[in-house]
Design a binder for this molecule. Structure first.
Ligand code: MTE
Ligand code: MO
Length: 443
């Protein structure tokens, strides 16, 4: 028999979960539409009959008979008020008492495609969100370089820019669940990540101007915020794809993401992506700053800790269904689209497998939309709902040859002390009624 452990319902999640449940009523219709594109689905004549007499199609609505609001009204646009439930969310469990050292989780269950809108991008701050005047902000580049440089923001933006789509994931994503699933919610279980198109300059391009001294092996990045976050990055990664970015999905970085500039270390721990970046110092040794000694090191079962822990491993999660979007409205025989997100900090997603029985048997999902290195990748599987209980899991593979481990294997190697770098196969239990619970398959 498959051994599973379930989420503790004792954890209180902020209000809103019920409203999400209500929103899911529209799901079966949209899933039918999606299914009819991908696989021919016979639509029951009954479905059409139900539309007869529906006031939503027969009656004129106020928005069709009066003017809407003028174009001068919303000079910076906001989502429809009917989307008010789609927000970042916090929990006391992951915060200091005053919410300054805290984290706002991304509603990944409501994301479309692979780009996170800027207002919903997860936000992790160790000393509050700094509001920086860009005219007062400078970037200093010094240490083991031939030429020291202090740049204004305008000067920095004169470098030729590139735009790249990458996720940022806190290595503590899913961390509270090493021992047991904690959250009856995808947003809290997996929402310490987001994905955006970033615009900025490769550090290797700036270094062409400055000249790196031969003994420069490490780069310290420091933030100007109250936490003065400091992390050291090995030089190979700096010269590969590390960027200083000022653009986020077509506009300036949001304050929550480090306005006016942040470091982007694609695919590696979110913690390395120092926000409100003010200083880069090149050195021959790592700096062993607080965030790479006391924090962001992973204690293993052996009693030894991994100190230089960088790339986020291949990972995935099913976003439909999930606790916020159960299948309670489905009838036996309905065709549904199982969807989810896969990502790897080591390369490009090559494939995703789905299991309905907690990992005994697997079928291959299809990847849809953009499939890019170190970026969220969306997967999809069209499935006939039989109204039977399921243990629904996803398992991603990347082009660097990695595959997600079972939770059992992950625990054998790492133990349960660490809160970082969990990428064990995630499972939802779907009950016969279509309710979705967060569980772990332990065998
Ligand atoms: N200066 C500074 N940079 C920072 C942090 C911070 O508190 N201060 N938090 C780090 C952590 S722990 C993570 S996971 C990422 C989160 O990026 P985001 O808030 O844009 O999602 O930023 C990192 N950069
Ligand atoms: Mo983090």
């Amino acid at each position: 028999m498959t051994k599973i452990s379930k989420a503790s319902e004792a954890e209180t999640i902020q209000s809103g979960r019920r409203d999400f449940f209500r929103k899911s009523a529209a799901f079966s219709v949209s899933a039918m539409a999606a299914a009819s594109v991908m696989a021919p689905v016979k639509i029951d004549a009954k479905e059409h009959k139900e539309l007869k007499g529906d006031p939503a199609i027969l009656e004129e609505k106020p928005w069709g008979t009066t003017f809407g609001y003028p174009v001068t009204h919303n000079l910076y646009g906001q989502p429809s008020p009917y989307e008010h439930n789609v927000t970042r969310r916090n929990t006391k469990l992951l915060s200091s008492g005053n919410w300054y050292a805290s984290i706002a989780m991304c509603p990944i269950q409501d994301m479309q495609g692979v780009i996170t809108p800027n207002g919903l991008f997860f936000s992790r701050c160790h000393g509050g969100t700094a509001e920086i005047d860009p005219n007062e902000h400078r970037l200093m580049i010094h240490g083991l370089v031939e030429k020291t440089l202090v740049l204004t923001m305008d000067e920095l933006k004169r470098y030729p820019s590139v735009s790249r789509i990458h996720f940022i994931e806190c290595p503590a994503n899913g961390g509270p669940e090493w021992r047991n699933p904690q959250f009856p919610s995808i947003q809290f279980a997996k929402g310490m990540m987001s994905c955006a198109e970033w615009t900025g300059v490769y550090i290797k391009d700036i270094l062409k101007d400055l000249g790196l001294k031969p003994n420069a092996r490490w780069m310290l990045a420091e933030g100007a915020d109250n936490s003065h976050m400091g992390r050291t990055v090995p030089i190979d990664k700096v010269l590969d794809d590390a960027m200083i970015v000022w653009g986020q999905n077509g506009e300036a970085l949001r304050p929550e993401q480090g306005y006016p500039i942040r470091l982007l270390v694609p695919g590696w721990e979110g913690n390395l992506c120092v926000k409100w970046l003010c200083r880069l110092e090149f050195a021959s040794e790592p700096y062993y700053a607080k965030e790479e000694t006391a924090k962001y090191t992973a204690l293993k079962k052996s009693g030894k800790a991994i100190q230089h822990f960088y790339a986020n491993e291949v990972n995935s999660v099913i976003t439909t269904p999930c606790p916020e979007k159960p299948w309670t409205d489905l009838k036996k025989g309905d065709i549904v689209e199982i969807e989810g997100l896969a990502w790897s900090g080591m390369g490009t997603i090559e494939g995703v497998d789905i299991s309905f029985d907690g990992g005994k048997n697997w079928v291959e999902a299809s990847l849809k939309g953009l499939v890019l290195p170190k970026a969220w990748t969306r997967f999809s599987y069209i499935y006939k709902y039989e109204g039977k209980p399921l243990l629904l899991s996803s398992r991603a593979r990347d082009n660097a040859g990695h595959i997600q481990p079972t939770v059992k294997h992950e625990r054998e190697v790492m133990g349960v002390e660490s809160v970082y770098h969990r990428n064990g196969i995630h499972t939802w239990e779907v009950t016969a009624k279509g309710e979705v619970n967060n569980v772990q398959v332990l065998s």
